[in-house]
Write a protein that binds this ligand. Sequence first.
Ligand code: PLP
Length: 441
Amino acid sequence: MTTVPHLRTEIPGPRSRELHAQREAAVASGFGITLPVFIERAGTSTLEDVDGNTLIDLASGIAVTSVGAANPVVRAEVAAQLDRFTHTCFMVTEYEGFVRVAEWLNEHTPGDFDKRTALFSTGAEAVENAVKIARAHTGRPAVLVIDEAYHGRSLLTMAMTAKEHPYKTGFGPFPEAVVRAPNANPLRGQGADAALAEIERLIAEHGPEHFAALVVEPIQGEGGFVVPAPGFLPGLRRITDAYGIVLVVDEIQSGLGRTGMLFASAHEGVAGDITLTAKALGGGLPLSAVTGRADIMDAAHPGGLGGTYAGNPLACAAALAVFEVLDDPGLLPGVTGIERSIRRHLEPLVDELAVVAEVRGRGAMMAVEFADPGTLAPRSDLAQRVAAACHAAGVIALTCGTHGNVIRLLPPLVIEEAVLEAGLDILTASIRTVVAEEAAA
Ligand SMILES: *Cc1c(COP(=O)(O)O)cnc(C)c1O
């Protein structure tokens, strides 16, 4: 492999600029853009653009291409399915791939109980359907969600998402019966006990018979890669058990090996009544799943769930290939190795630079937060400039956080060690440069 990143032009290059101008004339401007570079092909953990630049991918298309964006097993399985047929609609005639994906998820999601799975296409659809199922099961209306949560862009999931801009501004009114509960964010001094007590209070205030479901990300994604204070997830399990509320664990970003275990909730020994997957599930093809206790899942009447493309055959074929990669016993230890490399590069910066507030995360879901020392006032300006410096140097890094002051790392789980090292060297150098420029200004 030639050394990466390999840059032949500035980023974005001339051909990308030309295409981006065409995009602006053709595509609705509501779509944001992290890095206006057009991609031609992918390697294991690199993306080659239309100007011949090879970029290091520390984003995986937002935690989707965990097995790489050009995985040969995914390509072979999808190509074979493409030769057979592309679609029947699972509600019209059946195909085996749908059943095999459901079986794998029933077996591997947390919880030692009888399960059923429903497949859809997007993460937001999975969240919406989990709420439908929880309502059908409990006969109750409302959903408890957590501060800083992200659950999608559809009307219900927008309401469940915390951050106003850009997700919600101008798009209301929103569905009712969404109640927001506090987070247990250790950096900001929000411990598990205080958050759980407040959640108990909210449930008492509205009455337990008000709540069908509590939906929680075991590690928050868009909200800032917040790993909840220890005890928070087990506490939510206890509370939901006590009041007959369905615990829905949104593993759409954190699941399927991302954190070094198959599911992030397993780090705390917690099993949701329902576990949601999407993103990495389809290996780059649109696929999402709701997997849960059989009696809860089957509360929805026949015909009540579905969708034209739900569990598309090509996406199911891709998922079965993803499962083959996940079943490789070397994979999860490799993810733990990614965490070690990231910590080795980034953790020294916490002592070295006052504005580097924290390095956190698990496995290949790691983040660095920028905030003023003492006040912890978010410094999105620094995160944005670090991301821009990485992009210019050929490394695709994403920001996140309610205040946009967090850089998040989501490399493919199969990233080669040398590529990861090169990417992290550029990231740490970018952080040092941006902070030094700031001090000089
Ligand atoms: C991305 C995401 C969603 C929404 O998934 P889409 O496929 O974009 O609809 C929901 N929950 C979490 C935690 C996510 O990261």
